[in-house]
Design a binder for this molecule. Structure first.
Ligand code: ATP
Ligand code: MG
Length: 338
Protein backbone atom coordinates (compact mmCIF):
# COMPACT_ATOMS: atom_id res chain seq x y z
CA UNK A 1 0.00 0.00 0.00
CA UNK A 2 1.12 3.54 -0.55
CA UNK A 3 2.87 5.45 2.16
CA UNK A 4 0.56 7.72 4.11
CA UNK A 5 0.69 11.35 3.16
CA UNK A 6 2.52 13.38 5.73
CA UNK A 7 -0.06 15.72 7.25
CA UNK A 8 1.57 18.94 6.07
CA UNK A 9 1.83 17.78 2.47
CA UNK A 10 -1.85 18.13 1.75
CA UNK A 11 -1.98 21.25 3.86
CA UNK A 12 0.03 24.37 3.52
CA UNK A 13 3.62 23.23 3.05
CA UNK A 14 5.10 25.43 0.32
CA UNK A 15 5.62 24.00 -3.13
CA UNK A 16 9.26 23.05 -3.63
CA UNK A 17 8.60 22.33 -7.30
CA UNK A 18 5.87 24.26 -9.09
CA UNK A 19 6.40 24.12 -12.86
CA UNK A 20 3.91 24.28 -15.70
CA UNK A 21 3.98 23.61 -19.40
CA UNK A 22 7.55 22.34 -19.39
CA UNK A 23 8.48 21.36 -22.92
CA UNK A 24 11.76 20.16 -24.40
CA UNK A 25 12.50 19.36 -28.02
CA UNK A 26 15.53 17.65 -29.47
CA UNK A 27 15.48 18.35 -33.20
CA UNK A 28 12.02 17.47 -34.48
CA UNK A 29 11.12 15.39 -31.43
CA UNK A 30 9.23 16.76 -28.47
CA UNK A 31 10.54 14.58 -25.66
CA UNK A 32 8.87 16.46 -22.80
CA UNK A 33 5.50 17.85 -23.77
CA UNK A 34 3.69 20.41 -21.65
CA UNK A 35 4.51 18.79 -18.31
CA UNK A 36 3.15 20.26 -15.11
CA UNK A 37 4.59 19.08 -11.81
CA UNK A 38 4.02 20.19 -8.27
CA UNK A 39 5.82 18.77 -5.26
CA UNK A 40 5.38 20.06 -1.73
CA UNK A 41 8.20 20.58 0.69
CA UNK A 42 8.94 17.36 2.58
CA UNK A 43 7.15 15.24 0.03
CA UNK A 44 8.64 12.19 -1.70
CA UNK A 45 7.30 11.93 -5.23
CA UNK A 46 8.07 8.96 -7.45
CA UNK A 47 8.62 9.69 -11.12
CA UNK A 48 7.74 6.73 -13.28
CA UNK A 49 7.35 5.89 -16.94
CA UNK A 50 8.76 3.72 -19.70
CA UNK A 51 12.33 4.07 -20.96
CA UNK A 52 12.77 7.17 -23.06
CA UNK A 53 9.70 8.95 -21.67
CA UNK A 54 11.46 12.09 -20.56
CA UNK A 55 12.10 11.52 -16.86
CA UNK A 56 15.80 12.39 -16.99
CA UNK A 57 15.13 15.31 -19.32
CA UNK A 58 12.46 16.69 -16.96
CA UNK A 59 14.73 16.30 -13.95
CA UNK A 60 17.52 18.12 -15.79
CA UNK A 61 15.19 21.00 -16.62
CA UNK A 62 14.06 21.25 -13.00
CA UNK A 63 17.61 21.49 -11.68
CA UNK A 64 18.65 24.01 -14.30
CA UNK A 65 21.05 21.82 -16.27
CA UNK A 66 18.85 21.98 -19.33
CA UNK A 67 16.83 25.00 -20.44
CA UNK A 68 13.22 24.31 -21.25
CA UNK A 69 11.98 25.39 -24.69
CA UNK A 70 8.66 26.32 -23.12
CA UNK A 71 7.29 26.41 -19.63
CA UNK A 72 7.54 28.42 -16.47
CA UNK A 73 7.41 28.13 -12.74
CA UNK A 74 9.57 27.95 -9.68
CA UNK A 75 11.89 25.51 -7.98
CA UNK A 76 12.49 26.28 -4.30
CA UNK A 77 10.93 29.67 -4.95
CA UNK A 78 13.32 30.59 -7.78
CA UNK A 79 12.38 31.04 -11.40
CA UNK A 80 13.09 27.79 -13.21
CA UNK A 81 14.33 29.58 -16.34
CA UNK A 82 15.98 32.73 -14.99
CA UNK A 83 17.49 31.57 -11.70
CA UNK A 84 19.03 28.24 -12.64
CA UNK A 85 22.32 29.03 -10.90
CA UNK A 86 20.63 29.62 -7.55
CA UNK A 87 18.53 26.50 -8.02
CA UNK A 88 21.63 24.41 -8.74
CA UNK A 89 23.16 25.44 -5.41
CA UNK A 90 20.11 24.28 -3.48
CA UNK A 91 19.52 21.01 -5.28
CA UNK A 92 21.20 17.62 -4.89
CA UNK A 93 21.11 15.76 -8.19
CA UNK A 94 21.98 12.09 -8.35
CA UNK A 95 22.55 11.24 -11.98
CA UNK A 96 21.26 8.06 -13.57
CA UNK A 97 24.78 7.07 -14.54
CA UNK A 98 27.52 6.84 -11.87
CA UNK A 99 29.50 9.99 -12.47
CA UNK A 100 32.35 10.01 -9.99
CA UNK A 101 36.05 9.53 -10.59
CA UNK A 102 36.72 5.81 -10.46
CA UNK A 103 40.41 6.31 -9.80
CA UNK A 104 39.83 8.54 -6.78
CA UNK A 105 38.89 7.20 -3.35
CA UNK A 106 35.51 7.85 -1.75
CA UNK A 107 37.00 10.59 0.44
CA UNK A 108 38.84 12.18 -2.50
CA UNK A 109 35.68 12.24 -4.59
CA UNK A 110 33.74 13.85 -1.75
CA UNK A 111 36.52 16.38 -1.16
CA UNK A 112 36.31 17.34 -4.83
CA UNK A 113 32.54 17.84 -4.51
CA UNK A 114 32.97 19.79 -1.24
CA UNK A 115 35.36 22.17 -3.01
CA UNK A 116 32.99 22.57 -5.96
CA UNK A 117 30.33 23.74 -3.52
CA UNK A 118 32.93 25.82 -1.64
CA UNK A 119 32.10 24.10 1.64
CA UNK A 120 34.44 25.22 4.40
CA UNK A 121 36.37 23.49 5.73
CA UNK A 122 35.99 20.73 3.15
CA UNK A 123 37.57 18.09 5.41
CA UNK A 124 34.94 18.49 8.10
CA UNK A 125 32.07 18.27 5.64
CA UNK A 126 33.58 15.15 4.10
CA UNK A 127 34.13 13.50 7.48
CA UNK A 128 30.60 14.27 8.66
CA UNK A 129 29.07 13.00 5.44
CA UNK A 130 31.13 9.80 5.52
CA UNK A 131 30.00 9.21 9.09
CA UNK A 132 26.33 9.94 8.38
CA UNK A 133 26.23 7.46 5.52
CA UNK A 134 28.33 4.73 7.10
CA UNK A 135 31.17 5.22 4.63
CA UNK A 136 33.98 6.04 7.06
CA UNK A 137 35.53 2.57 7.06
CA UNK A 138 35.74 2.65 3.26
CA UNK A 139 36.90 6.22 2.88
CA UNK A 140 40.14 5.21 1.18
CA UNK A 141 38.65 2.68 -1.22
CA UNK A 142 38.82 3.64 -4.88
CA UNK A 143 35.37 4.48 -6.23
CA UNK A 144 35.97 2.22 -9.23
CA UNK A 145 36.32 -0.83 -6.98
CA UNK A 146 33.04 -0.29 -5.11
CA UNK A 147 30.07 -2.63 -5.60
CA UNK A 148 26.85 -1.13 -7.02
CA UNK A 149 25.27 -0.55 -3.60
CA UNK A 150 28.33 1.29 -2.25
CA UNK A 151 28.64 3.37 -5.41
CA UNK A 152 25.05 4.42 -4.94
CA UNK A 153 25.78 5.32 -1.33
CA UNK A 154 28.75 7.45 -2.42
CA UNK A 155 26.56 9.19 -4.99
CA UNK A 156 23.91 9.91 -2.35
CA UNK A 157 26.58 11.19 0.05
CA UNK A 158 27.92 13.53 -2.63
CA UNK A 159 24.53 15.00 -3.41
CA UNK A 160 23.46 15.66 0.19
CA UNK A 161 26.79 16.98 1.51
CA UNK A 162 25.96 20.63 0.74
CA UNK A 163 22.63 20.30 2.63
CA UNK A 164 20.34 20.77 -0.37
CA UNK A 165 16.65 21.59 0.04
CA UNK A 166 15.59 19.38 -2.86
CA UNK A 167 16.90 16.00 -3.95
CA UNK A 168 16.47 14.89 -7.54
CA UNK A 169 17.34 11.22 -7.73
CA UNK A 170 17.43 9.59 -11.14
CA UNK A 171 17.00 5.82 -10.81
CA UNK A 172 19.21 5.81 -7.73
CA UNK A 173 18.76 2.14 -6.91
CA UNK A 174 18.96 0.47 -10.32
CA UNK A 175 20.77 -2.83 -9.93
CA UNK A 176 21.08 -2.56 -6.15
CA UNK A 177 20.17 -5.49 -3.86
CA UNK A 178 16.98 -5.39 -1.73
CA UNK A 179 18.73 -4.76 1.59
CA UNK A 180 20.74 -1.84 0.20
CA UNK A 181 17.58 -0.51 -1.47
CA UNK A 182 15.68 -0.69 1.80
CA UNK A 183 18.47 1.14 3.64
CA UNK A 184 18.52 3.74 0.89
CA UNK A 185 14.78 4.30 1.23
CA UNK A 186 15.00 4.49 5.03
CA UNK A 187 17.58 7.21 4.51
CA UNK A 188 15.36 9.05 2.03
CA UNK A 189 12.39 8.98 4.41
CA UNK A 190 14.57 10.21 7.27
CA UNK A 191 15.77 13.11 5.12
CA UNK A 192 12.21 13.94 4.03
CA UNK A 193 11.03 13.87 7.64
CA UNK A 194 13.52 16.69 8.23
CA UNK A 195 11.98 18.77 5.46
CA UNK A 196 13.99 17.70 2.43
CA UNK A 197 11.89 17.32 -0.71
CA UNK A 198 12.57 14.35 -2.98
CA UNK A 199 11.70 13.65 -6.61
CA UNK A 200 12.91 10.17 -7.47
CA UNK A 201 12.66 8.31 -10.74
CA UNK A 202 12.38 4.55 -10.57
CA UNK A 203 11.18 1.51 -12.48
CA UNK A 204 10.56 -0.48 -9.29
CA UNK A 205 6.95 -0.95 -8.20
CA UNK A 206 7.85 -1.44 -4.55
CA UNK A 207 9.70 1.88 -4.60
CA UNK A 208 6.69 3.62 -6.16
CA UNK A 209 4.70 2.35 -3.20
CA UNK A 210 7.18 3.92 -0.80
CA UNK A 211 6.49 7.38 -2.22
CA UNK A 212 3.89 9.78 -0.86
CA UNK A 213 2.69 10.34 -4.42
CA UNK A 214 3.66 9.25 -7.90
CA UNK A 215 3.68 10.94 -11.29
CA UNK A 216 3.62 8.79 -14.41
CA UNK A 217 5.01 10.21 -17.65
CA UNK A 218 4.55 8.45 -20.96
CA UNK A 219 6.52 9.58 -23.99
CA UNK A 220 6.73 13.14 -22.83
CA UNK A 221 3.19 13.49 -21.48
CA UNK A 222 2.20 13.31 -17.84
CA UNK A 223 -0.67 10.86 -17.79
CA UNK A 224 -1.33 9.99 -14.14
CA UNK A 225 -0.66 11.49 -10.75
CA UNK A 226 -1.65 10.88 -7.16
CA UNK A 227 -1.17 8.35 -4.41
CA UNK A 228 -0.64 4.78 -5.55
CA UNK A 229 -4.20 3.99 -4.44
CA UNK A 230 -5.55 6.93 -6.47
CA UNK A 231 -3.66 5.87 -9.59
CA UNK A 232 -4.84 2.26 -9.31
CA UNK A 233 -8.44 3.32 -8.64
CA UNK A 234 -8.50 5.88 -11.45
CA UNK A 235 -7.19 3.33 -13.95
CA UNK A 236 -10.60 1.64 -13.87
CA UNK A 237 -8.98 -1.79 -14.16
CA UNK A 238 -10.46 -4.89 -12.56
CA UNK A 239 -8.56 -8.07 -11.81
CA UNK A 240 -9.54 -11.72 -11.43
CA UNK A 241 -7.26 -14.37 -9.98
CA UNK A 242 -7.41 -17.82 -11.51
CA UNK A 243 -5.95 -20.84 -9.77
CA UNK A 244 -5.95 -24.52 -10.65
CA UNK A 245 -4.15 -27.02 -12.85
CA UNK A 246 -2.43 -26.45 -16.20
CA UNK A 247 -2.66 -22.70 -16.12
CA UNK A 248 0.10 -22.36 -18.70
CA UNK A 249 -2.28 -23.85 -21.27
CA UNK A 250 -5.15 -21.69 -20.12
CA UNK A 251 -3.27 -18.40 -20.46
CA UNK A 252 -3.51 -18.10 -24.27
CA UNK A 253 -7.18 -19.14 -24.16
CA UNK A 254 -7.94 -16.39 -21.65
CA UNK A 255 -5.96 -13.81 -23.62
CA UNK A 256 -8.25 -14.32 -26.59
CA UNK A 257 -11.47 -13.70 -24.64
CA UNK A 258 -13.37 -10.43 -25.12
CA UNK A 259 -12.62 -7.91 -22.38
CA UNK A 260 -9.34 -9.54 -21.37
CA UNK A 261 -6.55 -6.97 -21.64
CA UNK A 262 -3.78 -8.67 -19.71
CA UNK A 263 -3.04 -12.20 -18.53
CA UNK A 264 -0.02 -12.62 -16.31
CA UNK A 265 1.30 -15.45 -14.15
CA UNK A 266 1.76 -14.61 -10.47
CA UNK A 267 3.30 -17.57 -8.67
CA UNK A 268 0.80 -20.43 -8.96
CA UNK A 269 -2.07 -18.32 -10.27
CA UNK A 270 -2.96 -16.19 -13.25
CA UNK A 271 -4.09 -12.59 -13.03
CA UNK A 272 -6.64 -11.60 -15.65
CA UNK A 273 -7.09 -7.86 -16.03
CA UNK A 274 -9.52 -5.73 -18.00
CA UNK A 275 -11.39 -2.46 -17.85
CA UNK A 276 -14.91 -3.63 -18.76
CA UNK A 277 -16.19 -5.55 -15.72
CA UNK A 278 -19.47 -6.87 -17.21
CA UNK A 279 -17.70 -8.06 -20.35
CA UNK A 280 -14.92 -9.67 -18.33
CA UNK A 281 -17.41 -11.43 -16.06
CA UNK A 282 -19.34 -12.69 -19.07
CA UNK A 283 -16.16 -14.01 -20.72
CA UNK A 284 -14.91 -15.70 -17.57
CA UNK A 285 -18.26 -17.18 -16.49
CA UNK A 286 -17.88 -20.50 -18.38
CA UNK A 287 -14.14 -20.82 -17.72
CA UNK A 288 -14.29 -22.20 -14.16
CA UNK A 289 -16.41 -25.25 -15.04
CA UNK A 290 -14.90 -25.87 -18.43
CA UNK A 291 -11.29 -25.87 -17.23
CA UNK A 292 -11.68 -26.91 -13.58
CA UNK A 293 -10.18 -23.73 -12.14
CA UNK A 294 -11.20 -21.36 -9.34
CA UNK A 295 -11.84 -17.71 -10.19
CA UNK A 296 -11.92 -14.98 -7.57
CA UNK A 297 -11.84 -11.21 -7.68
CA UNK A 298 -8.35 -9.87 -6.92
CA UNK A 299 -6.70 -6.54 -6.31
CA UNK A 300 -5.33 -4.66 -9.28
CA UNK A 301 -1.62 -4.01 -8.84
CA UNK A 302 0.30 -0.91 -9.80
CA UNK A 303 2.22 -3.03 -12.27
CA UNK A 304 -1.05 -3.98 -14.02
CA UNK A 305 -1.84 -0.29 -14.33
CA UNK A 306 1.58 0.56 -15.74
CA UNK A 307 1.39 -2.25 -18.29
CA UNK A 308 -1.93 -0.79 -19.41
CA UNK A 309 -0.47 2.71 -19.66
CA UNK A 310 2.40 1.37 -21.72
CA UNK A 311 0.10 -0.59 -24.03
CA UNK A 312 -2.13 2.42 -24.52
CA UNK A 313 0.59 4.90 -25.37
CA UNK A 314 2.47 5.24 -28.59
CA UNK A 315 6.23 5.50 -28.45
CA UNK A 316 6.79 8.77 -30.27
CA UNK A 317 10.49 7.97 -30.33
CA UNK A 318 10.02 4.72 -32.25
CA UNK A 319 10.76 4.65 -35.96
CA UNK A 320 7.41 3.06 -36.63
CA UNK A 321 4.57 5.04 -35.08
CA UNK A 322 2.47 1.90 -34.61
CA UNK A 323 4.86 0.53 -32.02
CA UNK A 324 3.97 0.75 -28.38
CA UNK A 325 6.18 0.80 -25.35
CA UNK A 326 5.81 -2.95 -24.99
CA UNK A 327 6.24 -3.79 -28.66
CA UNK A 328 3.85 -3.98 -31.57
CA UNK A 329 0.30 -2.95 -30.68
CA UNK A 330 -1.40 -6.19 -29.75
CA UNK A 331 -3.34 -7.40 -26.76
CA UNK A 332 -0.89 -6.78 -23.91
CA UNK A 333 -0.22 -9.17 -21.18
CA UNK A 334 0.89 -12.74 -21.60
CA UNK A 335 4.58 -12.49 -21.54
CA UNK A 336 4.66 -8.82 -20.62
CA UNK A 337 6.14 -9.84 -17.31
CA UNK A 338 8.14 -12.79 -18.50
N1 ATP B 1 20.72 15.29 -25.64
C1 ATP B 1 19.79 14.62 -26.32
N2 ATP B 1 19.72 14.74 -27.68
C2 ATP B 1 18.76 14.08 -28.38
N3 ATP B 1 17.81 13.31 -27.81
C3 ATP B 1 17.84 13.16 -26.48
C4 ATP B 1 18.83 13.81 -25.66
N4 ATP B 1 18.59 13.47 -24.37
C5 ATP B 1 17.52 12.66 -24.37
N5 ATP B 1 17.07 12.48 -25.64
C6 ATP B 1 15.89 11.69 -26.04
O1 ATP B 1 14.80 12.14 -25.28
C7 ATP B 1 13.94 11.07 -24.94
C8 ATP B 1 13.74 11.06 -23.45
O2 ATP B 1 14.95 10.66 -22.83
P1 ATP B 1 15.11 10.60 -21.26
O3 ATP B 1 16.54 10.20 -21.00
O4 ATP B 1 14.63 11.87 -20.65
O5 ATP B 1 14.10 9.42 -20.88
P2 ATP B 1 13.93 8.62 -19.50
O6 ATP B 1 12.46 8.64 -19.19
O7 ATP B 1 14.85 9.16 -18.48
O8 ATP B 1 14.34 7.13 -19.91
P3 ATP B 1 15.02 5.96 -19.04
O9 ATP B 1 13.94 5.34 -18.19
O10 ATP B 1 15.51 5.01 -20.08
O11 ATP B 1 16.13 6.57 -18.25
C9 ATP B 1 14.60 9.81 -25.49
O12 ATP B 1 14.00 9.51 -26.72
C10 ATP B 1 16.04 10.22 -25.67
O13 ATP B 1 16.64 9.48 -26.69
MG1 MG C 1 16.43 8.40 -17.47
Amino acid sequence: MSAALAPDIEGDAPLAIDVRGMTKRFGQKTVVDNVTLQVRQGEIVGFLGPNGSGKTTTIRMICGLLTADEGSGTVLGFDVIEDSLRIKNLVGYMTQKFSFYEDLSIAENLTFVARLYQLKPPGRHVDETLEALGLTSRRNQLAGTLSGGWKQRLALAACIMHSPKLLLLDEPTAGVDPKARREFWDEIHALAANGLTVLVSTHYMDEAERCHRISYISYGKMIAEGTVDDVVRNSGLVTFVISGPRLERLAPVLSALPGVEQVAPFGTSLHVVGSDLPLLEKSLAPVADKHGVAITRGETSLEDVFIKFMSDSTDNMAQNGAETASGPKTKSGTGARA
